[in-house]
Design a protein around this ligand. Structure first.
Ligand SMILES: [Zn+2]
Ligand SMILES: [Zn+2]
Length: 230
């Protein structure tokens, strides 16, 4: 059953890659990476169990959502394709950065909306329970936020033809970017210029009022929300 397969796949990926990154940086190679730690606030077992609990609920919601829209009966409504001759050969490659750009734009504005006082306590506070996030917080959302985190892709797939392997590649890039944002350690060298950094998102968790972006910095720069604590 697709729902079970999707949930198992996403859960195993979350624990293997997210959990592996956490253990590697915090336990196995702790001394080597100590100086790359972004925040000194200790991470408690209670925080991690809360992050895992909400993440598993989110992964279940994602699995229900994707098993519904990827069901063959939903096929005629989507422009998802798997025949490489249907569109120019360069399109499957180009469509990946297009999906990343659309996701980044949607996320920035949804995220800023969720920080409005009307929505924050109801739907976004759950994600900010981790002020010093770990990779386990990557999917730690209120269930309503989890629905919004997934639903943007539906109109995109109804309007833009996307090859199924482009969608899978994008999904993997998105997953890795999410883990990077919640790493708790800054592994890139030099100042972030285009891409959002682990530091940017970690400081967003800590101070709430800046760095709303997901993949890139340009929306934060255009809207003057990049920054140090505000
Ligand atoms: Zn976060
Ligand atoms: Zn936020």
């Amino acid at each position: 059953m697709l729902l079970t397969k999707l949930f198992l796949f996403q859960t195993i990926r979350y624990f293997v890659i997210g959990g592996g990154a956490f253990l590697f940086l915090n336990k196995w190679a702790k001394l080597r990476f100590q100086k790359h730690r972004i925040q000194e606030t200790p991470v408690t077992k209670k925080q991690i169990s809360t992050e895992i609990k909400y993440s598993l609920i989110t992964l279940l919601i994602f699995s229900v959502f994707f098993s519904t829209i990827l069901n063959p009966s939903f096929g005629p409504f989507l422009k998802l394709y798997d025949d490489s001759t249907s569109y120019p050969l360069w399109w499957p490659l180009l469509s990946i950065p297009v999906l990343v750009f659309l996701h980044d734009t949607f996320f920035y504005w949804m995220h800023r909306t969720l920080h409005h006082k009307f929505f924050y306590n109801k739907f976004h506070r759950t994600h900010h329970l981790s002020t010093n996030p770990t990779p386990f917080a990557s999917f730690s959302f209120h269930p309503v936020e989890a629905v919004f985190e997934a639903i943007w892709v539906l109109p995109v797939l109804m309007i833009i033809p996307i090859h199924k392997y482009s969608l899978l590649t994008f999904a993997f890039i998105s997953f890795l970017n999410n883990i990077k944002g919640h790493l708790g350690f800054e592994l890139s060298r030099g100042k972030a210029r285009i891409l959002n950094s682990s530091t940017h998102h970690s400081l967003h968790h800590r101070y709430f009022k800046s760095n709303f972006g997901l993949y890139f910095l340009f929306w934060d720069r255009i809207c003057k929300t990049e920054g140090p604590p505000a």
